[in-house]
Design a protein around this ligand. Structure first.
Ligand code: CMP
Length: 136
C-alpha cells in the first residue's frame, strides 16, 4: 500500500559549501518530491549531538556531530507517496563508493562522512526529525 508521507532531508556542509543545494533540490523535484519547507541554518555541536543521539554509542559519533555543525546546512521537509523509502533510494548507500549511479551520494558524495545528504530512515523517525527542525 502506498500513502503520502513526509521525510526530513538535510543537505550537509560538504554539499552546501560547494553550492550544490539547488542542484540537489532539483534532483528531488525531478523525482516528484514536493519541498514543503526548507531553510538554510547552522547548528551548534550540542544540537547535532541531540539530532544524532541514536548514534551516540558509535565510534564515529563525535566526528559526525562536529562535522554536521561545521558549516551551513539546508534542512527540508520532502513530501510524496512513500517519501521515506523514495528518499533513501534517491540518496543511495551511506558510503558514496557503494552508491548506485543516479543517486545523490554517487554524484556528489565525497566520503562516508561527507556524504552530502541525510534522510530519515523510517516514518516514525521522520516525524521526530521534522519536529526537531521545524517545530515552532
Ligand atoms: P547519515 O545518513 O547522516 O547518518 C549518520 C551518518 O554517520 C551517516 O550518514 C554517515 O555520514 C556517518 N557515518 C560515519 N561513519 C559511519 C559508519 N561507519 N557507518 C554509518 N554511518 C557513518
Amino acid at each position: 500500500m502506498s500513502s503520502i508521507e513526509q521525510a526530513l532531508s538535510i543537505i550537509k556542509p560538504d554539499a552546501v559549501e560547494r553550492n550544490l543545494d539547488n542542484e540537489i533540490k532539483e534532483m528531488f523535484k525531478h523525482k516528484g518530491f514536493k519541498i514543503i519547507k526548507d531553510k538554510k541554518i547552522q547548528i551548534a555541536k550540542n544540537e547535532a549531538e541531540q539530532f544524532y543521539k541514536v548514534h551516540e554509542t558509535k565510534p564515529f559519533y563525535n566526528d559526525l556531530c562536529t562535522y554536521l555543525s561545521s558549516g551551513p546546512i539546508v534542512v527540508m521537509v520532502l513530501e510524496k507517496e512513500n517519501a521515506v523509502l523514495g528518499n533513501r533510494k534517491l540518496m543511495g548507500a551511506t558510503n558514496p563508493k557503494d552508491a548506485e549511479d543516479g543517486t545523490i551520494r554517487k554524484k556528489y558524495g565525497i566520503s562516508i562522512d561527507k556524504n552530502s545528504v541525510h534522510g530519515s530512515d523510517s516514518v516514525e523517525n521522520a516525524k521526530i526529525e521534522i519536529d526537531f527542525f521545524f517545530k515552532d
